[in-house]
Write a protein that binds this ligand. Sequence first.
Ligand code: 2U9
Length: 365
Amino acid sequence: MSNEARIAETLAAIDAASDADAVEAIRIETLGKQGWISAALKSLGAMPPEERAKAAPAIQAMRQQVADAIAAKKGDLDEAALEASLASETLDLSLPAPETPKGSVHPVSQVMDELAEIFADMGFAVAAGPEIEDDWHNFTALNMPESHPARAMHDTFYFPDTAPEGGRMLLRTHTSPVQVRTMMSQGAPVRIIAPGRVYRSDSDATHTPMFHQIEGLVIDRGIHLGHLKWTLETFLKAFFERQDIVLRLRPSYFPFTEPSVEVDVGFALENGKRVLGGSGDEPGHGWMELLGSGMVNRRVIEMTGLDPDEWQGFAFGVGVDRLAMLKYGMDDLRAFFDGDVRWLRHYGFSPFDQPTLSAGVGARA
Ligand code: 2U9
């Protein structure tokens, strides 16, 4: 068969092809590696130059003609397929949209964000430190030398490794070593809060081996109990979003503070529930222990390398989980760490609901 006849046959076959597979089969037969047009092009190489110059244009034209026809046919088939699918597919706008899974903010994170916002307004920075601590930063620097009885109250989880300076490594029992580290690295004055995970070997309905604390520390010249009381009052009023929060300071003992002060808040009993606000001495009211605090013990100030005759300070500590329970009404501490998404769906907060002082720091339902 002459090349002209073969081309006519090929073009007719392309025209008649009903799908992309048929077009592809023709492409392989003609322009593919073993295709007859490719073979004709290759045979040009074996011809003497004069003969090649004569034969080449016709073969090139054939190749172009077939390639153009294949491209055009593919375009036609694609367009026909699109039209067919547009004609057959329908979009039912009345169907419910598929639900996108939504994340939520854990109450502990929410409360920590609220506290950071409140204390930032009073000029406190947020400080962080390691959860695996050494004996010295967790106990000794806080006036709890080895064999101090308060170490037993802070019983924790110890590691077999020894600390670089000797002593043992342990899971921190409070965030106080963060303040020790900050005092030692930045010197005075200091105004920080240290929120984070802490560990004690304790486990029952109201104690979990891991819980969250926030501690605050102010070191400056001329700091006294009045600064402590004002700071705690301002913080608790902003956090519970009530101006009628009343504090009662009771003498207490902590090795790291002297004097030490336990802080109670007044509450009223409403339908059997404790509602914070008002003095605890009023009829039907009571006092609830909420946080511990005190003036930083001068031995602790000395231990961090500062002169206690020049620098004084106050510190406080409070459980974040407990603050969350009081504000948002959860009654079982263990549920905080069960990882049950149903609990989170109930108590979790929207990530778009950022605590701000101007709008009130609390999350809105
Ligand atoms: C430095 C100096 C002093 C931190 C303080 C408390 C009192 C306290 C408890 C509250 C409930 C722990 O979560 S809780 O069990 N904390 O009572 N914490 S004063 O004192 C410091 C910290 C760091 C350098």
